[in-house]
Design a protein around this ligand. Structure first.
Ligand code: HEM
Length: 500
C-alpha cells in the first residue's frame, strides 16, 4: 500500500511538473518569435522574478540595458515584459506608437480596492472609453477649478505662506521638512477635490501622510509582484487580507472624507470642487449603464488624484531643499534672482517665472536629477507593435525607463551630477531640453503637470525668499542617493531654515 501510494505520488508529481513546464512553455513561446527583444533567460514558473532586485530596479535596468540594448525583454512569472530605454526608443514607443502602447496591464491586486469594469480611476485604467471619459473630465474640471487661472495660484501662494510659518516655528533649529511638505501639497489637492484645507496638526492629514509613505513601499515589493503574477493566490483569504494594507487604509480614510464632503452637496448649487462636479455627472448619468460616473469610480478617481498628486510634488520639493543645502552656491544665486525680480516685499507669482531663468533651470534640474518616477506606471501594448525594429506582441507589459532618458550619458553634460547649467545657454537664458521628461509623454502623460509646475515654482521661490537653508551644524553632509520604492525619495535628512 505504502509502495502504491509512493508510486501514485511519484506519477502525480511527474504529471504536475510536465503540466507546469508545458504551461510555462506556452506562455513563453512568443520569446521565440523573430525580432522579439533579447533578455535574460527565464526560469520555469518564476520567469526572471528571482533574478531582479525589486528594491533597486533602476540599477537593475541600467545593467540589463548595457547587456541587451535599448529594448530588452523580461518575464515576470508568466507575464511578458519589455523595458524601453533611451530617448529615441522611449519617444518612438510613447509618441509615435502611442495608439499601441497606452494601455495599462491589469493589476489583479487592485480588485481588492474595488477596481472593476466600470470603475478604474485614471492611473491604472485600461486605454479605452472609460479612461478617456475620466481623463477628459479631470483635465477640464481641474481647469475650471483654477488650473491656469489666478484663483489656484493665489491658493497655492497662501498655502506656501502657511508652510513658511510652519518652517519659521522651528526657529532655525534642525528638522526634517518632509512631513510639512506633504501637508502643504495635500492641502492643494484637497482644495481641488474636497474644497477644504487641513490644519497642519489635524490628525487626519498626519495619518494620511504616514499611510502614503507606507503605500509607496508596498507597491514595489516582491510578494506583491508574485501575487500579481499568480492571481490565483489572491483567492486565498489570508493572502488577500495581507495584500496592500496601507492602500486599503488610505482608501478607508478617503471614503470617510468623501462621506463627510458629500453631505454638503446640493445638486442645484454650482460645484464647489471636483467631487461635486463628479456627483453632478453621476446624477446626469443615472440609468446609463455604460457611464463611468458611478460611486465606486468616484472613490478611485479621487484616490488617484490624491495619491498621484500629493507624493510626487512633496517628494520633488524635498529633493529641491536637499539639493539647496548641498549646493549653497546655487541656493545663493536663486536668492539673488529672487531679490532682483521679486524683492522681499511681495509674494512670488507665476508671471515671475519667465524673468527667472536661473530659478527655472534649478527647478528643472531638481526634477531631472531626482528622477522620482524612474519607470512611470507600467504601460501595456493593446496590439502588436514595433519599437526600434523589435516586435512587441499585444498584451506585453511595457516599462518605460524614464531614468535612462533623464540620466542619458550621451545627452547630458553631467548626467549623474546636479548641474543647473543643463538648462541654461551661454547667455544664461533658460533652454528647454527634449530629454527632460519627468512627467512622461504621449496620451498617458501626467495630467497634473501644470499643477505640479505651479506648486514647484511657487513653494520653492516662497521658501527661498523667506529662508536660507543649511546642513545643521555638526551633522554629516546628507547623501544625494535616493531611497527606492515606487517613487524615489531623498534619504532622510534634516536642515536648518534661518529666516532672512
Ligand atoms: C512633480 C510632480 C509630478 C510628477 C513628476 C508626475 C509624474 C507622473 C508620471 C511619470 C506619470 C505616468 C505617466 C505614464 O504612465 O506614462 C503620471 C501620471 C499621472 N499623474 Fe502625475 N506627476 C506629478 C504630479 C501630479 C499631480 C500634482 C497630479 C494631480 C493633479 C498628478 C496626477 C497624475 C495622474 C492622474 C496620472 C495618470 C494619467 C493617466 O494614466 O492617464 N500628477 N505622473
Amino acid at each position: 500500500m505504502a509502495l502504491l501510494t509512493g508510486d501514485v505520488l511519484f506519477s502525480v508529481a511527474v504529471a504536475v511538473v510536465i503540466f507546469l513546464l508545458v504551461f510555462d512553455l506556452m506562455h513563453r513561446r512568443q520569446r521565440w518569435a523573430a525580432r522579439y527583444p533579447p533578455g535574460p533567460v527565464p526560469v520555469p514558473g518564476f520567469g526572471n522574478l528571482l533574478q531582479l532586485d525589486f528594491e533597486d530596479m533602476t540599477h537593475c535596468f541600467y545593467k540589463l540595458r548595457h547587456r541587451f540594448g535599448d529594448v530588452f525583454s523580461l518575464q515576470f512569472a508568466w507575464t511578458p515584459v519589455v523595458v524601453v530605454n533611451g530617448l529615441a526608443a522611449v519617444r518612438e514607443a510613447l509618441v509615435n506608437r502611442s495608439e499601441d502602447t497606452s494601455d495599462r496591464p491589469t493589476v489583479p491586486s487592485f480588485a481588492l480596492l474595488g477596481f472593476g469594469p466600470k470603475a478604474q480611476g485614471i492611473l491604472a485604467a485600461r486605454y479605452g472609453p472609460i479612461w478617456r471619459e475620466q481623463r477628459r473630465f479631470c483635465v477640464s474640471t481641474l481647469r475650471n477649478f483654477g488650473l491656469g487661472k489666478k484663483s489656484l495660484e493665489q491658493w497655492v501662494t497662501e498655502e506656501a505662506a502657511c508652510l513658511c510659518a510652519a518652517f519659521a516655528n522651528h526657529d532655525g533649529q534642525p528638522f526634517c521638512p518632509n512631513i510639512l511638505l506633504k501637508k502643504a501639497t495635500c492641502n492643494v489637492i484637497a482644495s481641488l477635490i474636497y474644497a477644504c484645507r487641513f490644519e497642519y496638526d489635524d490628525p487626519m492629514v498626519i495619518r494620511l501622510a504616514e499611510l502614503l509613505d507606507d503605500g509607496l513601499k508596498e507597491d514595489m515589493n516582491l510578494k506583491l509582484q508574485i501575487v500579481n503574477s499568480i492571481p490565483l493566490l489572491l483567492r486565498i483569504p489570508w493572502v488577500a487580507a495581507k495584500v496592500l494594507p496601507a492602500q486599503k487604509s488610505i482608501f478607508a480614510l478617503n471614503n470617510e472624507l468623501l462621506a463627510e464632503h458629500n453631505t454638503g452637496w446640493a445638486p442645484d448649487q454650482p460645484p464647489r470642487d471636483l467631487t461635486d462636479a463628479f456627483l453632478t455627472e453621476m446624477h446626469k448619468a443615472q440609468g446609463n449603464s455604460e457611464s463611468s460616473f458611478n460611486d465606486q469610480n468616484l472613490r478611485l478617481v479621487v484616490y488617484d488624484l490624491l495619491t498621484a498628486g500629493l507624493m510626487t510634488s512633496s517628494i520633488t520639493l524635498s529633493w529641491a531643499l536637499l539639493l539647496m543645502i548641498l549646493h549653497p552656491d546655487v541656493q545663493r544665486r536663486v536668492q539673488e534672482e529672487i531679490d532682483e525680480v521679486i524683492g522681499q516685499e511681495r509674494r512670488p507669482e507665476m508671471a515671475d517665472q519667465a524673468r527667472m531663468p536661473f530659478t527655472n533651470a534649478v527647478i528643472h534640474e531638481v526634477q531631472r536629477f531626482a528622477d522620482i518616477a524612474p519607470r512611470t506606471f507600467p504601460h501595456m501594448t493593446s496590439r502588436d507593435t514595433e519599437v526600434q525594429g523589435f516586435l512587441i506582441p499585444k498584451g506585453t507589459t511595457l516599462f518605460i525607463n524614464l531614468s535612462s532618458v533623464l540620466k542619458d550619458e550621451t545627452l547630458w553634460e553631467k548626467p549623474l551630477h546636479f548641474y543647473p547649467g543643463h538648462f541654461l545657454d551661454n547667455e544664461g537664458r533658460f533652454v528647454k531640453r527634449e530629454a527632460f521628461m519627468p512627467f512622461s509623454a504621449g496620451p498617458r502623460t501626467c495630467l497634473g503637470e501644470p499643477l505640479a509646475r505651479m506648486e514647484l515654482f511657487l513653494f520653492f521661490t516662497c521658501l527661498l525668499q523667506r529662508f536660507s537653508f543649511s546642513v545643521p551644524e555638526g551633522q554629516p553632509r546628507p547623501s544625494e542617493r535616493g531611497v527606492m520604492s515606487f517613487l524615489v525619495s531623498p534619504s532622510p535628512y534634516q536642515l536648518c531654515a534661518v529666516a532672512h
